[in-house]
Each structure stands twice: as structure tokens, then as C-alpha cells.
Design a protein. Structure first.
Length: 229
């Protein structure tokens, strides 16, 4: 009878110790795995792959905690934080250039302009359009020069010694009407595009009788006329 009771007590003790051992192992296991902080198992699997998960589980022991390493996530976050914003420059607009209309350097009346054109026609008849513009330019250069009168009319009608400075005034050819080309030559000369290096003389070397004029500095020859200063 005693032996039977002792056996029952022994069996009960063994069962109790076995239960306590199982319980402690479960508690220890729960305590050890509570340090693992992840969102989900699928997240770990996507970040590291099944091979890395298997390797991490195999290396796990009682002396260290399982702390997952996320290099891919860190790389993404690092690339996002290092992006520098590039300033966008506003397009620059350039204002169109406004051409200033040419204005005559000398303002004259229609009567004076007609006299001017008639002189050009008489002095440069048979010459090219360029030659007519050059003769008109000499008249305007004389107006600007302190050596001559101050107006176009006075320059044209100037008397030098006992004769007029321009032979057409002397012989009356200036009274003939001006051609359209002579009128246009006067209009162009009034814009003062080319002053012929301030030439104030012109002559035809084939018919010139004044030897003094040939001593002047020659600037240009156009047609039959030599222009000098």
C-alpha cells in the first residue's frame, strides 16, 4: 500500500517538474522574441529575401538580439534627403530694337531746296547720281565751314573777287529746272550720311584754269570731278 502511494507521489512530482520546465521554456522563448520589432514578416521577406531571413534565423542564439538591418530602405531615404532643388531661371525677354528715322541735318525751305537742286543739276549734269550727291555735300560742308557763309543760299550766291564762286550762277545755267535725280541727290545729301571727309572744293581737272585749286588735298575722284579740302 505504501509502495503504491509512493509511486503515485513520484509520478506527480515528475509531472509537476516537467510542466514547470515547459512553462519556463515558453516564457523564456516569448521574452527573447519580444525584442524583434518589425512591421510584418512579409516586410522582412521583401526587404532581405528568403535567403537572408534563413541566414539570420540560423545565426540567432541566446546571447544576442535579432535586429533587422535595412540597407535598401536607408539607401532610398538617403537619396531623397540629398536631392537639391535646382532653381528655375525665368526666361529673359529682349526688347526689339527701335530704329530711329533719319532726319535731315540741315532744315531748309522748299524755295532754297529748289535753288540747291538747280545748282547741283547745272554743276553735275552728265555725272552719275553719286557725283550729284557729292556736289551737294560740298555745298553743305561749306555751310559748316567758318571760311564760307552760313546758309545754303549765301554759299551758292557767294562772290569771290569779281565773279561768283559757282560758274552756273555766273552764266545763268542755275535758272534751268532741276532733274528728279538732282532733287533726290539733294535730299540724300541733307541726311549727311557721307561728308566726303569734309571736302569743300570740287573741280574738273580737264577744264580748270585756276592753278591754286590743284594744290588742295585730294579726297576722292568721282567721274570727271576731283573733290578736295
Amino acid at each position: 500500500m505504501k509502495n503504491t502511494n509512493l509511486k503515485k507521489v513520484a509520478v506527480a512530482c515528475v509531472a509537476t517538474f516537467a510542466f514547470i520546465g515547459i512553462h519556463n521554456s515558453t516564457v523564456e522563448a516569448i521574452t527573447q522574441y519580444e525584442v524583434v520589432k518589425v512591421d510584418s514578416l512579409s516586410e522582412i521577406g521583401q526587404a532581405y529575401g528568403p535567403n537572408e531571413m534563413k541566414q539570420e534565423n540560423n545565426d540567432y542564439n541566446d546571447e544576442k538580439e535579432f535586429i533587422p538591418y535595412k540597407p535598401k530602405v536607408l539607401a532610398i531615404e538617403s537619396s531623397e534627403t540629398n536631392v537639391e532643388e535646382t532653381p528655375i531661371s525665368e526666361p529673359q525677354t529682349t526688347e526689339p530694337e527701335i530704329e530711329t528715322p533719319e532726319t535731315p541735318a540741315v532744315s531748309i525751305s522748299n524755295k532754297e531746296k529748289d535753288l540747291f537742286a538747280r545748282l547741283v543739276e547745272a554743276e553735275a549734269k552728265g555725272e552719275s547720281y553719286e557725283g550729284k550727291v557729292a556736289v551737294a555735300t560740298v555745298v553743305l560742308n561749306r555751310v559748316d565751314s567758318p571760311e564760307f557763309p552760313n546758309t545754303i543760299t549765301e554759299v551758292i550766291n557767294e562772290v569771290v573777287g569779281k565773279a561768283y564762286a559757282f560758274s552756273p550762277v555766273q552764266n545763268g545755267e542755275i535758272n534751268n529746272p532741276a532733274s528728279d535725280e538732282a532733287i533726290r541727290a539733294v535730299e540724300e545729301a541733307l541726311t549727311r550720311q557721307d561728308r566726303l571727309n569734309d571736302s569743300i572744293y570740287f573741280y574738273n581737272p580737264e577744264i580748270a584754269t585756276d592753278k591754286w585749286i590743284t594744290t588742295r588735298e585730294v579726297v576722292k575722284t568721282i567721274g570727271n570731278h576731283v573733290f578736295a579740302k
